[in-house]
Design a protein around this ligand. Structure first.
Ligand code: 4IP
Length: 250
């Protein structure tokens, strides 16, 4: 498969083997992807509409995404003042975590390439965002309601720490934060749990409740129950996936 018309098949293959080249991902979709799933310093390469041999490097800064031109001529790549004679040199340059200056004067660090094949939990809605992008479907519907990768929300019943009463609370899971709110309409969470400090997510049979699982933190174990076994399973799978991602990132 060739993703652009002017490249030799060798160059095509080379680019395809680059794990963070996102083919014809649009500027808009790149922004949506990096803002919802990336972190400060995530970057990706995509082809640019400006013409043959033109690419764009999209980089996530704190809360924005900046785009930089990359041009290929006779097999070499021009990026700012730099000229790279091979794709490998170009890639090596990024592996050294350089600083980029944007027109707005902000310095941006290229920290981690955003892969086009993303490890994903298998059963969640958010997977559609990526699948849609990777299968080249239109971006309109996927950007309109694009949830972040690996997010989830819903009602769970939780137990108090000292007073062991069970309360229904609205839970949201985004990145490494699990928050619970009095209900869905509340803006301020009662508490935010930082999953970086969570050591395990386990089934729980000690509380005499069905569909119960627990999150183990150094100073407290949170007991949570969902309405159905399927839901409990979904929460646990996603939470465990988050923990494994956090572990990998350490
Ligand atoms: C409360 O019980 C609620 O269960 C609280 O949950 C809980 O706080 C309290 O835990 C518990 O005493 P009553 O409403 O019956 O008093 P929520 O905050 O969701 O309302 P946690 O820490 O679980 O949020 P302790 O630790 O105060 O016992």
């Amino acid at each position: 498969m060739s993703f652009y018309s002017d490249a030799s098949s060798e160059e095509s293959d080379e680019l395809q083997s680059l794990g963070w080249y996102h083919y014809d991902l649009s500027r808009h979709a790149a922004e949506a992807l990096l803002l919802s799933n990336g972190t400060d310093g995530s970057y990706l390469l995509r082809s640019s509409k400006e013409g043959p041999g033109c690419f764009a490097l999209s980089v996530r800064a704190k809360n924005s995404v900046k785009h930089f031109h990359v041009t290929r001529r006779d097999g070499s790549y021009a990026f700012g003042f730099n000229q790279f004679s091979t794709l490998q040199d170009f890639v090596n340059h990024f592996a050294n975590q350089p600083l980029l200056g944007s027109d707005a004067g902000t310095l941006m660090v290229l920290k981690c390439p955003y892969p086009w094949r993303v490890e994903e939990p298998s059963i969640y809605e958010s997977v559609r965002v990526h699948t849609a992008i990777q299968t080249g479907r239109t971006e309109t519907d996927l950007v309109a309601n694009a949830p972040s990768l690996g997010t989830k929300e819903g009602y769970l019943v939780k137990q108090g720490a000292v007073v062991k009463s069970w309360k229904q609370r609205w839970f949201t899971l985004n990145r490494y934060e699990l928050k619970y709110f009095k209900d869905k309409e509340c803006d301020e969470p009662i508490r935010t749990l930082d999953l970086r400090f969570c050591s395990a997510v386990q089934f729980d049979y000690s509380q005499d409740r069905i569909n119960c699982f627990c999150l183990v933190f150094p100073d407290r174990t949170f007991y949570l129950c969902s309405k159905t076994g399927v839901e409990a399973d979904e929460w646990m799978k996603l939470l465990r996936w988050k923990l494994s991602q956090i572990k990998k990132g350490r």
